[in-house]
Design a protein around this ligand. Structure first.
Ligand code: PMT
Length: 403
């Protein structure tokens, strides 16, 4: 998908500038031509020589240096770009661009280009969360420019929090996905739930299940690839957080419910792949429970059924997809859930078969539609299945739009 694409990559003055080396390398290996612009500040962290060697082109940095491309340089680069990627994007470049300032080669090229622009912000958490920076990012997004959300973790300033540049592979994947997707879900908001919720018993123990999040994360990535604005509500998962989408981390069913209900009203599609805990401990012990008797009981009480609640709140045009993980009477139980929860589709997941269901790379399902149709699918990767589920959703959207 990247073969022959011309990518203008802007590097600004942040410690994460070194990660741009791997990004350039990955883009080139995938067949893209990469032209690097470095700001004066970026040159404090990385050298032009590195990027000249890795990109195979001379690096541009100065408005007034000898011209290396035809025409006026910033216009030449702006015009040749199929996509511009700013990595890392400092608060400074985001602020200047949002304010329409063009005082160096990178900012002038950004204002002159008609190509899609992706910023990968990376900075200290306090700076990232500063309302002015948030406002500037929102301004850019309102003008159709894209943000690749930063990751959370250890930061160069010694603290931990949001603001890390995602791994090179994640930034690369966002760009690759952008070119490979047919952007049919552009302008649509898709909410996906993934992984299992957990319910605490005492400060160290919880009730949980074996969901890894693989199915839900695959759906979220596929929806993003097709152009949707994706919100992923995830229970605890060891998977790498997907870049380029909003991820809301939750633990309990009550937290998942709160996050989902808050996002629901302007969602076009909700896909609930999460394995939600149906019960929680009636009382959570304040201290670690000591072992004494040979048996013990924990009184459980019912959790709310989030999907059923969404089904009752659903407005016309909203599409609701549920999953049903079953060990017996697959079709019968799935059909009951489809109707009871007022869903458009239910993905009936046979978890008795090898390589299907919880924590597997592949899955084996039947997709039941509200009109009574049942599509029986062979064992396939969760990525492939995600695509088929979204094909159903898109077809349903088309039918709805003709009504
Ligand atoms: O995460 P992986 O390891 O990749 O595994 C994927 C999976 C097996 C978890 C997934 O494919 C799957 O089948 N998810 C549904 C799991 C399940 O147990 O569903 P259920 O039959 O309990 O619930 C039916 C539907 O109602 C689900 O969409 C569920 O998200 C939703 N639900 C259930 C209970 C509840 N209290 N609230 C809900 O919203």
């Amino acid at each position: 998908m990247l073969k022959g694409k011309k990518i203008v990559l802007g590097i600004t003055g942040g410690i994460a500038a070194y990660k741009a080396v791997e990004i350039v390398s990955r883009l080139r290996k995938a067949g893209a031509e990469v032209y690097v612009i470095m700001t004066k500040e970026a040159a404090e962290f990385v050298t032009e020589l590195t990027f000249r060697e890795i990109s195979g082109h001379s690096v541009s940095s100065d408005m007034w240096s000898k011209v290396t491309h035809w025409n006026v340089e910033h216009i030449a680069l702006a015009n040749l770009a199929d996509l511009m990627l700013i990595v890392p994007a400092t608060a400074n470049i985001i602020g200047k661009t949002a304010a329409g300032i063009a005082d160096d080669l990178l900012t002038t090229t950004l204002l002159a280009t008609k190509a899609p622009v992706f910023f990968a912000p990376a900075m200290n958490s306090n700076m990232y969360e500063n309302p002015i920076v948030q406002h500037n990012m929102k301004t850019l997004q309102e003008h159709g420019w894209h943000m690749i959300p930063p990751a959370t973790g250890h930061l160069a300033c010694g603290t931990a929090g949001i603001g890390r540049l995602p791994e090179a592979i994640d930034v690369f994947t966002v760009i690759e996905d952008f070119f490979s997707a047919v952007q049919v879900l552009k302008g649509k908001k898709v909410l996906v739930t993934a992984a299992g919720t957990i319910e605490p018993i005492d400060p160290v123990r919880f009730i949980g299940n074996r969901s890894s999040g693989k199915m839900g994360y695959a759906i979220a990535r596929e929806a993003q690839r097709r152009g949707a604005e994706v919100v992923l509500v995830s229970g605890p998962s060891a998977l790498q957080e997907p870049a380029g989408m909003r991820v809301i981390h939750v633990e309990t069913t009550a937290q998942m419910r709160e996050a989902v209900i808050k996002e629901f009203s302007d969602c076009n599609v909700v896909i609930k792949a999460a394995a939600v805990a149906d019960y929680r401990a009636k009382e959570i012990a304040e201290n670690k429970i000591k072992k004494s008797e040979t048996t013990m009981s924990i009184m459980l009480e019912k959790n709310p059924d989030i999907l059923q609640e969404l089904g009752s709140l659903k407005k016309s045009g909203q599409i609701l997809v549920g999953f049903a993980a079953e060990t017996q009477k697959l079709l019968e139980y799935a059909k009951t859930k489809l109707l009871k929860k007022n869903l458009d589709f239910i993905v009936a997941n046979d978890i008795t078969k090898p390589n299907a269901g919880f924590n597997a790379e592949t899955n084996l399902v039947k997709i039941l539609s509200r009109d009574g149709a049942v599509e029986e699918l062979p064992l396939m990767s969760k990525k492939e299945l995600a695509g088929i589920i979204l094909d159903h959703v898109i077809k349903k959207m088309e039918i709805n739009s003709k009504k």
